[in-house]
Design a protein around this ligand. Structure first.
Ligand SMILES: Nc1ncnc2c1ncn2[C@@H]1O[C@H](COP(=O)(O)OP(=O)(O)OP(=O)(O)O)[C@@H](O)[C@H]1O
Ligand SMILES: [Mg+2]
Length: 284
Protein backbone atom coordinates (compact mmCIF):
# COMPACT_ATOMS: atom_id res chain seq x y z
CA UNK A 1 0.00 0.00 0.00
CA UNK A 2 1.14 3.51 -0.85
CA UNK A 3 0.82 4.86 2.71
CA UNK A 4 2.66 1.92 4.23
CA UNK A 5 5.47 2.34 1.76
CA UNK A 6 5.67 6.08 2.45
CA UNK A 7 5.88 5.46 6.20
CA UNK A 8 8.62 2.85 5.70
CA UNK A 9 10.56 5.26 3.49
CA UNK A 10 10.18 8.02 6.05
CA UNK A 11 11.45 5.69 8.78
CA UNK A 12 14.43 4.94 6.54
CA UNK A 13 15.13 8.66 6.38
CA UNK A 14 14.29 8.90 2.71
CA UNK A 15 11.20 11.10 2.42
CA UNK A 16 11.60 12.17 -1.21
CA UNK A 17 11.82 8.58 -2.36
CA UNK A 18 8.44 7.81 -0.79
CA UNK A 19 6.57 8.82 -3.90
CA UNK A 20 4.72 11.53 -1.98
CA UNK A 21 4.49 14.99 -3.39
CA UNK A 22 7.34 17.33 -2.55
CA UNK A 23 6.32 19.85 0.08
CA UNK A 24 4.70 22.88 -1.51
CA UNK A 25 6.57 26.13 -1.13
CA UNK A 26 4.07 28.95 -1.10
CA UNK A 27 5.33 31.87 -3.07
CA UNK A 28 4.44 35.23 -1.57
CA UNK A 29 2.30 37.37 -3.84
CA UNK A 30 4.26 39.93 -5.80
CA UNK A 31 4.36 43.10 -3.72
CA UNK A 32 2.86 45.22 -6.52
CA UNK A 33 -0.20 43.01 -7.17
CA UNK A 34 -3.62 44.42 -6.23
CA UNK A 35 -3.76 43.62 -2.49
CA UNK A 36 -7.56 43.81 -2.48
CA UNK A 37 -8.03 41.45 -5.41
CA UNK A 38 -9.70 38.80 -3.21
CA UNK A 39 -12.52 41.18 -2.26
CA UNK A 40 -15.81 41.65 -4.09
CA UNK A 41 -17.08 45.13 -4.95
CA UNK A 42 -18.97 45.74 -1.70
CA UNK A 43 -16.10 44.42 0.44
CA UNK A 44 -13.66 46.57 -1.47
CA UNK A 45 -15.79 49.67 -1.00
CA UNK A 46 -15.92 49.00 2.76
CA UNK A 47 -12.18 48.31 3.03
CA UNK A 48 -11.36 51.58 1.24
CA UNK A 49 -14.18 53.70 2.71
CA UNK A 50 -12.82 57.17 3.47
CA UNK A 51 -9.26 56.05 2.78
CA UNK A 52 -8.87 55.49 -0.94
CA UNK A 53 -7.67 52.73 -3.18
CA UNK A 54 -4.31 50.97 -2.67
CA UNK A 55 -1.32 52.94 -3.83
CA UNK A 56 -3.08 56.29 -3.85
CA UNK A 57 -0.70 58.38 -1.82
CA UNK A 58 -2.99 61.42 -1.98
CA UNK A 59 -5.14 59.58 0.53
CA UNK A 60 -2.45 59.00 3.13
CA UNK A 61 -3.55 62.10 5.01
CA UNK A 62 -7.05 60.63 5.42
CA UNK A 63 -5.90 57.37 6.97
CA UNK A 64 -3.52 59.11 9.32
CA UNK A 65 -6.58 60.65 10.91
CA UNK A 66 -5.58 64.24 10.32
CA UNK A 67 -8.92 65.37 9.04
CA UNK A 68 -12.58 65.10 9.78
CA UNK A 69 -13.43 63.01 6.74
CA UNK A 70 -14.10 59.87 8.74
CA UNK A 71 -17.69 58.84 8.98
CA UNK A 72 -19.01 55.75 10.72
CA UNK A 73 -19.61 52.72 8.55
CA UNK A 74 -21.83 49.83 9.57
CA UNK A 75 -21.54 46.56 7.70
CA UNK A 76 -24.44 44.17 8.05
CA UNK A 77 -23.82 40.81 6.42
CA UNK A 78 -24.65 37.18 7.10
CA UNK A 79 -22.55 34.48 8.74
CA UNK A 80 -19.46 33.48 6.77
CA UNK A 81 -20.02 36.20 4.17
CA UNK A 82 -16.60 37.84 4.57
CA UNK A 83 -17.01 40.47 7.32
CA UNK A 84 -13.76 39.70 9.17
CA UNK A 85 -11.90 39.48 5.86
CA UNK A 86 -13.15 42.97 4.99
CA UNK A 87 -12.22 44.36 8.41
CA UNK A 88 -8.73 42.87 8.26
CA UNK A 89 -8.24 44.28 4.77
CA UNK A 90 -9.41 47.66 5.99
CA UNK A 91 -6.85 47.64 8.81
CA UNK A 92 -4.09 46.68 6.34
CA UNK A 93 -5.33 49.42 4.03
CA UNK A 94 -5.27 51.98 6.85
CA UNK A 95 -1.74 50.99 7.87
CA UNK A 96 -0.50 51.10 4.30
CA UNK A 97 -1.96 54.59 4.01
CA UNK A 98 -0.03 55.86 6.99
CA UNK A 99 -2.34 55.24 9.96
CA UNK A 100 -0.50 54.80 13.28
CA UNK A 101 -0.95 51.15 14.39
CA UNK A 102 -0.87 52.25 18.03
CA UNK A 103 -3.91 54.46 17.44
CA UNK A 104 -6.16 51.83 15.87
CA UNK A 105 -8.64 50.32 18.29
CA UNK A 106 -9.74 46.90 17.10
CA UNK A 107 -12.47 45.26 19.14
CA UNK A 108 -14.33 42.00 19.07
CA UNK A 109 -16.16 39.79 21.52
CA UNK A 110 -14.19 36.58 22.06
CA UNK A 111 -10.47 36.10 22.57
CA UNK A 112 -10.42 33.67 19.70
CA UNK A 113 -11.97 36.20 17.31
CA UNK A 114 -9.55 38.88 18.50
CA UNK A 115 -6.45 36.79 17.86
CA UNK A 116 -7.87 35.57 14.53
CA UNK A 117 -8.38 39.16 13.43
CA UNK A 118 -4.82 40.19 14.39
CA UNK A 119 -3.42 37.12 12.67
CA UNK A 120 -5.27 37.92 9.46
CA UNK A 121 -4.11 41.53 9.45
CA UNK A 122 -0.51 40.40 9.95
CA UNK A 123 -0.83 37.91 7.11
CA UNK A 124 -2.23 40.57 4.78
CA UNK A 125 0.56 42.97 5.66
CA UNK A 126 3.14 40.28 4.97
CA UNK A 127 1.46 39.52 1.64
CA UNK A 128 1.44 43.17 0.72
CA UNK A 129 5.13 43.44 1.47
CA UNK A 130 5.81 40.24 -0.41
CA UNK A 131 7.51 38.63 2.56
CA UNK A 132 6.79 35.70 4.85
CA UNK A 133 8.64 37.24 7.78
CA UNK A 134 6.87 38.86 10.72
CA UNK A 135 9.78 41.26 11.20
CA UNK A 136 8.72 44.83 10.63
CA UNK A 137 4.98 44.06 10.93
CA UNK A 138 3.48 46.93 12.93
CA UNK A 139 2.14 45.92 16.33
CA UNK A 140 -1.59 46.45 16.80
CA UNK A 141 -1.27 47.21 20.48
CA UNK A 142 -4.97 47.96 20.89
CA UNK A 143 -6.51 44.86 19.34
CA UNK A 144 -8.50 42.73 21.76
CA UNK A 145 -11.81 41.83 23.32
CA UNK A 146 -14.22 44.42 24.70
CA UNK A 147 -13.52 43.13 28.21
CA UNK A 148 -9.74 43.00 27.76
CA UNK A 149 -9.52 46.52 26.40
CA UNK A 150 -11.91 47.78 29.08
CA UNK A 151 -9.73 46.28 31.83
CA UNK A 152 -6.63 47.87 30.35
CA UNK A 153 -8.18 51.31 30.00
CA UNK A 154 -9.75 51.16 33.46
CA UNK A 155 -6.40 50.32 35.08
CA UNK A 156 -4.84 53.24 33.27
CA UNK A 157 -7.59 55.73 34.15
CA UNK A 158 -8.38 54.21 37.59
CA UNK A 159 -6.98 57.11 39.57
CA UNK A 160 -9.17 59.54 37.68
CA UNK A 161 -12.40 57.62 38.09
CA UNK A 162 -11.96 56.70 41.74
CA UNK A 163 -11.09 53.02 41.56
CA UNK A 164 -7.99 51.13 42.67
CA UNK A 165 -5.69 50.49 39.67
CA UNK A 166 -4.94 47.08 41.19
CA UNK A 167 -8.63 46.05 41.11
CA UNK A 168 -9.42 42.33 40.95
CA UNK A 169 -11.47 40.93 38.07
CA UNK A 170 -14.09 38.33 38.97
CA UNK A 171 -15.13 35.77 36.41
CA UNK A 172 -18.70 34.43 36.36
CA UNK A 173 -17.95 31.76 38.97
CA UNK A 174 -16.27 34.23 41.36
CA UNK A 175 -19.20 36.61 40.90
CA UNK A 176 -21.79 33.91 41.63
CA UNK A 177 -19.82 32.86 44.75
CA UNK A 178 -19.62 36.41 46.10
CA UNK A 179 -23.30 36.97 45.39
CA UNK A 180 -24.02 33.73 47.22
CA UNK A 181 -22.08 34.90 50.29
CA UNK A 182 -24.18 38.06 50.42
CA UNK A 183 -27.31 35.99 49.82
CA UNK A 184 -26.46 33.82 52.86
CA UNK A 185 -25.49 36.81 54.99
CA UNK A 186 -28.87 38.41 54.33
CA UNK A 187 -30.64 35.19 55.33
CA UNK A 188 -32.19 34.84 51.88
CA UNK A 189 -31.08 31.25 51.41
CA UNK A 190 -32.94 30.27 54.59
CA UNK A 191 -36.32 31.64 53.47
CA UNK A 192 -39.19 29.22 53.91
CA UNK A 193 -40.09 29.60 50.23
CA UNK A 194 -37.14 28.94 47.93
CA UNK A 195 -35.29 32.11 47.00
CA UNK A 196 -33.68 32.08 43.49
CA UNK A 197 -30.33 30.24 43.35
CA UNK A 198 -27.06 32.13 42.97
CA UNK A 199 -26.82 31.57 39.21
CA UNK A 200 -30.34 32.93 38.69
CA UNK A 201 -29.63 35.91 40.96
CA UNK A 202 -26.51 36.68 38.93
CA UNK A 203 -28.38 36.32 35.63
CA UNK A 204 -31.03 38.78 36.86
CA UNK A 205 -28.39 41.22 38.11
CA UNK A 206 -26.47 40.97 34.83
CA UNK A 207 -29.63 41.49 32.76
CA UNK A 208 -30.56 44.58 34.79
CA UNK A 209 -27.06 46.05 34.44
CA UNK A 210 -26.71 45.32 30.74
CA UNK A 211 -30.17 46.52 29.72
CA UNK A 212 -30.02 49.45 32.19
CA UNK A 213 -33.70 48.71 32.81
CA UNK A 214 -35.48 48.89 36.19
CA UNK A 215 -35.37 45.58 38.08
CA UNK A 216 -39.16 45.30 37.99
CA UNK A 217 -39.19 45.39 34.19
CA UNK A 218 -36.38 42.84 33.93
CA UNK A 219 -38.21 40.50 36.27
CA UNK A 220 -41.51 40.86 34.46
CA UNK A 221 -40.06 40.40 31.00
CA UNK A 222 -37.40 37.74 31.57
CA UNK A 223 -37.68 36.19 35.03
CA UNK A 224 -41.43 36.36 35.84
CA UNK A 225 -41.17 33.42 38.30
CA UNK A 226 -38.85 35.59 40.48
CA UNK A 227 -41.03 38.72 40.42
CA UNK A 228 -42.25 38.13 43.98
CA UNK A 229 -38.68 38.57 45.26
CA UNK A 230 -38.18 42.05 43.83
CA UNK A 231 -37.60 43.81 47.15
CA UNK A 232 -35.21 41.12 48.45
CA UNK A 233 -33.32 41.05 45.15
CA UNK A 234 -32.94 44.82 45.24
CA UNK A 235 -31.43 44.60 48.72
CA UNK A 236 -29.19 41.73 47.66
CA UNK A 237 -27.88 43.55 44.58
CA UNK A 238 -27.23 46.74 46.52
CA UNK A 239 -25.16 44.89 49.09
CA UNK A 240 -23.42 42.91 46.36
CA UNK A 241 -22.34 46.15 44.67
CA UNK A 242 -21.20 47.65 47.98
CA UNK A 243 -19.18 44.52 48.76
CA UNK A 244 -17.53 44.58 45.34
CA UNK A 245 -16.64 48.23 45.75
CA UNK A 246 -15.27 47.69 49.26
CA UNK A 247 -13.11 44.81 48.01
CA UNK A 248 -12.05 46.65 44.81
CA UNK A 249 -13.56 43.92 42.69
CA UNK A 250 -14.96 44.36 39.18
CA UNK A 251 -16.96 41.63 37.53
CA UNK A 252 -17.26 41.18 33.74
CA UNK A 253 -20.33 43.41 33.53
CA UNK A 254 -18.56 46.08 35.58
CA UNK A 255 -15.70 46.23 33.08
CA UNK A 256 -18.10 47.40 30.38
CA UNK A 257 -20.24 49.42 32.76
CA UNK A 258 -17.31 51.37 34.23
CA UNK A 259 -15.89 51.97 30.78
CA UNK A 260 -19.25 53.30 29.60
CA UNK A 261 -19.55 55.47 32.73
CA UNK A 262 -16.04 56.76 32.14
CA UNK A 263 -17.02 57.87 28.64
CA UNK A 264 -19.93 59.76 30.19
CA UNK A 265 -17.35 62.22 31.54
CA UNK A 266 -16.82 64.79 28.78
CA UNK A 267 -13.11 65.37 29.52
CA UNK A 268 -12.25 61.67 29.59
CA UNK A 269 -14.41 60.97 26.54
CA UNK A 270 -12.56 63.62 24.55
CA UNK A 271 -9.19 62.37 25.75
CA UNK A 272 -9.98 58.80 24.84
CA UNK A 273 -11.52 59.85 21.54
CA UNK A 274 -8.37 61.72 20.59
CA UNK A 275 -6.24 58.75 21.46
CA UNK A 276 -7.63 56.61 18.65
CA UNK A 277 -7.84 57.60 15.00
CA UNK A 278 -9.84 54.55 13.97
CA UNK A 279 -12.15 52.25 15.90
CA UNK A 280 -13.09 48.97 14.21
CA UNK A 281 -15.45 46.44 15.72
CA UNK A 282 -16.03 42.89 14.49
CA UNK A 283 -19.28 41.30 15.69
CA UNK A 284 -20.65 43.66 18.27
N1 LIG B 1 -14.81 37.95 -1.70
C1 LIG B 1 -14.54 36.71 -1.34
N2 LIG B 1 -14.38 35.74 -2.24
C2 LIG B 1 -14.11 34.47 -1.88
N3 LIG B 1 -13.98 34.04 -0.61
C3 LIG B 1 -14.14 34.96 0.35
C4 LIG B 1 -14.42 36.33 0.06
N4 LIG B 1 -14.52 37.00 1.25
C5 LIG B 1 -14.31 36.09 2.22
N5 LIG B 1 -14.08 34.88 1.69
C6 LIG B 1 -13.82 33.62 2.44
O1 LIG B 1 -15.02 33.26 3.10
C7 LIG B 1 -14.71 32.68 4.36
C8 LIG B 1 -15.44 33.42 5.47
O2 LIG B 1 -14.90 34.74 5.55
P1 LIG B 1 -14.91 35.56 6.90
O3 LIG B 1 -14.36 34.75 8.03
O4 LIG B 1 -14.26 36.86 6.61
O5 LIG B 1 -16.48 35.75 7.08
P2 LIG B 1 -17.29 36.34 8.32
O6 LIG B 1 -18.48 37.04 7.74
O7 LIG B 1 -16.39 37.11 9.20
O8 LIG B 1 -17.71 34.98 9.03
P3 LIG B 1 -18.35 34.76 10.49
O9 LIG B 1 -19.78 35.13 10.38
O10 LIG B 1 -18.11 33.31 10.75
O11 LIG B 1 -17.58 35.66 11.44
C9 LIG B 1 -13.20 32.72 4.51
O12 LIG B 1 -12.67 31.47 4.15
C10 LIG B 1 -12.79 33.78 3.52
O13 LIG B 1 -11.48 33.58 3.03
MG1 LIG C 1 -16.01 36.89 11.29
Amino acid sequence: MKVNRAVRELAAGNPRASGGAAPKVRQPAPANADPLAQLNTAQRAAACFGIGEPGNDDDRRNAAGNDDQHHPLLIIAGAGSGKTTTLAQRVAQLLNHGADPGRILLLTFSRRAASEMTRRVERLLRQRRGTRSLAGTPALSWAGTFHGVAARLLREYAGRIGIDPAFTIHDRQDSADLLNLVRHAQGLSAKSKRFPLKATCLAIYSAAINTQAPLREVLQSTFPWCAEWEADLKRLFLEYVETKQAQQVLDYDDLLLYWAQMLGEAVLARELGERFTHVLVDEY
